[in-house]
Ligand binder design. Structure first.
Ligand code: 13P
Length: 261
């Protein structure tokens, strides 16, 4: 096959993921999962990933298991093998109930729970050991953006947390760029700011190999709403979105999925 055709055929998968964080009671979570599953039509070609709180993972999976376009992610996983670690949830356990993805390195885990780059690298390794694919988050704080060091911060997070993987493993990862100053603030990055960082991430991936760069989906996260999604998703290197607040309302989340064409 000639290289033009190859480059047309290999493109990152479009993905809209909903991170429910520590929200919703059981009944609300099940109602939301059902409404999202019922609302996804054949029109959009993007993959949908739901990341409910751990305690609801299994039931959400059972409710949407029949749906071939929706997968389930945990919001976290342990950096070690099963054992005497009270309160932790291992990648082995996630895999054993059929979870496909795990969000790793969300800024809320880095900031509130002190998760470091080396710890995140170990979590990523646990994921791969048990066949869970990481949705690896990176992004700078407001302070770091004001100092103009956002590119260095994101590059360090990726090199230390993710780039030790083999090419084959890296190709299976999803990266989410989530500037901390845009999370839950209603202050979304401009499409230009997102594209600039996504293009830098793509370039870093290209430094590993062209095929990795062409396969890895790079999602934007930070105050994505139905009003902002279309413009954000139109940027060349924005392959989808990791949505927080707006993923808690079925109508809003479904509108964002609709915007992903
Ligand atoms: P918001 O969409 O609420 O800003 O959250 C983004 C996020 O952190 C997704 O992981």
């Amino acid at each position: 096959m000639n290289s033009v055709l190859t480059s047309i055929l290999i493109m990152p998968q479009k993905i809209i993921a909903g991170n429910w964080k520590m929200n919703l009671n059981y009944a609300q979570a099940m109602t939301l999962a059902d409404a999202i599953a019922a609302g996804i039509t054949g029109e959009s070609s993007c993959e949908v990933i739901l990341a409910p709180p751990s305690i609801y993972l299994h039931d959400v999976l059972r409710r949407i298991g029949h749906h071939d376009r929706i997968s389930v992610a945990s919001q976290n996983c342990a950096d070690r093998e099963p054992g005497a670690y009270t309160g932790e949830l291992s990648a082995m356990m996630l895999a054993s109930v059929g979870i496909d993805y795990s969000i790793i390195g969300h800024s809320e885990r880095r900031i509130y729970f002190g998760e470091s780059d080396p710890l995140l690298a170990r979590k990523v390794d646990q994921c791969f050991k048990y066949g869970i694919l990481p949705i690896f988050c990176c992004g700078e704080t407001l302070d770091e953006r004001e100092q103009g060091v956002q590119s260095e911060v994101v590059e360090r997070q990726l090199r230390q947390g993710l780039f030790h993987l083999s090419e084959a493993e890296l190709s299976d990862c999803i990266i989410a760029y989530e500037p901390v100053w845009a999370i839950g603030t209603g202050k979304t990055a401009t499409p230009g700011q997102a594209q600039e960082m996504h293009s830098l991430i793509r370039q870093l991936l290209r430094g590993i190999s062209d095929s990795v760069a062409e396969r890895v989906s790079i999602l934007y996260g930070g105050s994505v709403t139905p009003a902002t999604a279309q413009e954000m998703l139109a940027s060349q290197d924005v392959d989808g979105a990791l949505v927080g607040g707006a993923s808690l309302k079925a109508d809003d989340f479904l509108s964002i999925i609709q915007a992903c064409r």
